[in-house]
Write a protein that binds this ligand. Sequence first.
Ligand code: NAD
Ligand code: UDP
Length: 316
Amino acid sequence: MITGAAGFLGSHLSDRLLAEGHEVVGLDNFITGKPENLAHLAGNDKFQFIRHDVSDYIFVPGKVDAVMHFASPASPNPASPIGYPNLPIQTMKAGALGTHNSLGVAFANKARFMLASTSEIYGDPLEHPQKETYWGHVDPIGERSVYDEAKRFAEALTMAYHRFHGVNTCIVRIFNTYGPRMHIDDGRAVANFIQQALRGQKLTVYGDGQQTRSFCYVDDLIEGIYRLLVSDIHDPVNIGNPTEITIEQFAKEIDDLVGKKAGLVFQKKQFLAGDPLRRQPDITRAKDWLKWEPKISLHDGLGKTIPYFKDQQSIA
Ligand code: NAD
Ligand code: UDP
């Protein structure tokens, strides 16, 4: 069972599990995801879709071997209708009630449970790069807190079910990921920069562009997630690409790859207070425990992502 199956990551996960020969039940209420992400699975008798809000009690017929809880708004952009600042209560409910209901399914079925957590639980980190042992630096009432604190609560609840009920849980802390089926209009850096570059518009770099991120191509991420799912690990594991890049460099790379050479424009900070200055995963655990590390370079990953944006723009 995958919650958030109609989303960017949930749809890729559904594909991967089906390719491994599993049957998949996908749940989604389409609050930020879309049916098109699953359209290619229509008619696949190993895939079942249930339109459902996971903040409400979940019933899935038949035996479930694994529950992967990926349902949650995920974009921090306040200007986007699907950004969690515009869905604050739904975000907290997906992290709190959605996690509770999903854990309930795992408990009842003696199933493996995976929580999709996030690098945001580290907040605006004071430790760099971020190891799983770092407790984070999070404002509990800031604009990002609905997401950060929901995920922190979700992690605590997951560990409570593991410790108290013996549920076979794991937690993946996902760092910025990109690739086909990501939201093209969510206002985040990858989407904005590619859209702007394709339209020949200047790429909008917020602030001085010296804040950093580490971007992971979706196929690499899904490989790490699958290895964690089939492991017997319970402690959180960072999955992301440790290659750190400034937002200015990142924008230049996209501008060059698209080839219209529109250039960059530096804008006053438009992002949420608490926009982390640096973010980079320490993936020692994933390397040691899962024998995983990302293989796809930013250049190659963007090369696979830009055509998707072109297709989507021509559909729109
Ligand atoms: P997404 O918006 O594409 O997918 C989330 C899906 O969850 C959507 O299809 C949405 O409709 C669904 N959903 C939300 N609330 C729901 C509810 N109450 N009931 C049923 N469905 C609901 O986002 P994504 O990028 O695929 O993110 C998936 C998960 O991974 C999220 O939990 C997110 O926090 C986490 N994550 C993603 C990234 C990233 O870079 N993409 C980074 C860190 C963590
Ligand atoms: N950003 C930017 N221009 C944009 C969109 C985002 O400079 O058009 C910056 C943003 O301020 C942040 C970084 O890019 O510092 C990554 O932002 P994103 O929204 O992609 O995700 P985050 O990593 O903050 O969750």
